[in-house]
Design a binder for this molecule. Structure first.
Ligand SMILES: [Zn+2]
Length: 405
């Protein structure tokens, strides 16, 4: 379609931003229940003038392993000239604590807060509002504007599933991406840790602990030896080795079906389920940390034997939650972001993220992605609020990123 079709759109109503954000926050759509919010986003986009046929569902839900009602929404906004599009992304789901959220605009504080005992869901309906208002303003923009792709992901809060299973072929080969998910607008997150979850099933051999302890092989002993070994090797908790840093934890020890480890004090424990995680800004190092746990468990199992030489056994599995990434400080995307922030009257700075973001997967898909905020604070708690001044700055920053060079 050419530009002319975007002409004759109605002007933006007064308080468009506030009302839009209030509608988005009021919509149900916790993680894994995105049906209503996906529908609302689609309708809001159409209402500001986005042609319905430019909005597609990438059917990521068919590739995500947990039940999800719809895929990611991808929107292509045609610019005034050919060229690779810029990607703007955000997640549409909220944490379960936001279920039933009712927002209240506290005008004297210029904040939106939750009326009841739920979290608000400013994380990340602020991002959805930024992208929708960006579309609305771009469509009313005279003169030169680039091709833009908008991406609203599902299932971010429950494990970054939407971004991971994104159909990148629908994005139009973006040159770079900006992800809206945070508080301060000009705090650009240029890297984040990667994380891996692991678990092991330790099969010991039961025996009467008083009468024939030597006929048993204790799963508890295997786990204890392994954890001690990991600790002695410097792989437990904060990990600093060979100039690299990371962290690890053993979070959960349980028996069969999530019950206690062992059933009686007089039985040599025949089973233990152990679960933990590894993190680092360096993907290789994440794997190294996990490997230290696997090696320690396997060698401990070989050490714990019955009197006839039967050993305990270990079955080890690990799974990447998200990949680490780090965008170099001198890269073009950071220069562009700083220019746009300065033009918007903000003081830009760079940060590293400690948790996973959709950007972890977007970068893994080959698209550099910087994350910035639009006023969400105290996220995932009932004290959550949106700072409306920051929200407006986030909206202006998005427009400047889209239009600036
Ligand atoms: Zn978020």
């Amino acid at each position: 379609m050419d530009n002319l079709e975007y002409k004759n759109l109605p002007p933006l109503p007064d308080y468009y931003n506030e009302n839009l954000l209030l509608r988005l926050i009021s919509s149900p759509g916790t993680t894994g229940n995105e049906g209503p919010i996906a529908e609302l986003i689609r309708n809001e986009l159409i209402a500001v003038g986005v042609p319905a046929e430019s909005i597609v569902d990438d059917q990521a839900n068919k590739r995500i392993s947990v039940p999800t009602p719809c895929g990611n929404l991808i929107v292509k906004l045609k610019g005034s000239h050919p060229g690779r599009p810029l990607l703007f992304s955000t997640h549409m789901d909220t944490v379960p604590l936001c279920d039933g959220a009712v927002p209240e605009w506290v005008k004297d504080k210029n904040q939106i807060r939750s009326k009841g005992k739920t979290a608000l869901g400013g994380d990340n309906r602020t991002g959805c509002a930024v992208l929708i208002q960006l579309a609305a303003r771009l469509l009313r923009q005279e003169g030169i504007r680039p091709n833009i792709t908008l991406l609203f992901t599902v299932r971010e809060e429950s494990g970054l599933h939407g971004a991971r299973h994104l159909d990148t072929s629908l994005l139009g080969n973006p040159s770079m991406g900006f992800n809206v998910d945070g508080g301060e607008p000009a705090k650009f997150i240029r890297g984040a840790v990667g994380a891996e979850r692991w678990e092991a099933h330790i099969e010991g051999i039961a025996s009467h602990a008083g009468v024939h302890p030597d006929k048993g092989a204790s799963a508890t002993l295997v786990a204890s030896l392994a954890i001690s070994e990991v600790h002695r090797g410097g792989w437990f908790g904060k990990v600093v080795r060979e100039g690299r840093q990371g962290s690890s934890n053993v979070g959960i020890l349980s028996g069969r079906n999530g019950g206690t480890v062992g059933d009686a004090t007089n039985v040599v424990t025949d089973y233990l389920h152990i679960r933990g995680e590894s993190r680092s800004f360096d993907s290789d190092f994440v794997r190294k940390i996990t490997q230290a746990y696997e090696n320690a468990l396997v060698s401990a199992a070989n050490e714990v034997k019955t009197n006839t030489g039967q050993t305990a056994k270990v079955e080890f599995h690990s799974q990447i939650d998200y990949e680490a990434f780090l965008i170099p400080e001198d890269s073009a995307i950071i220069q562009k972001a700083f220019k746009a922030a300065n033009k918007t009257g903000l003081s830009p700075k760079l940060e590293l993220g400690r948790g996973g973001l959709d950007s972890n997967w977007i970068v893994k898909h080959g698209i550099q992605s910087l994350t910035f905020g639009a006023g969400q604070h105290e996220i995932h708690t009932i004290a959550e609020y949106v700072d409306m001044a920051e929200f407006k700055s986030g909206c202006d920053l998005a427009l400047e990123l889209a239009l600036g060079d």
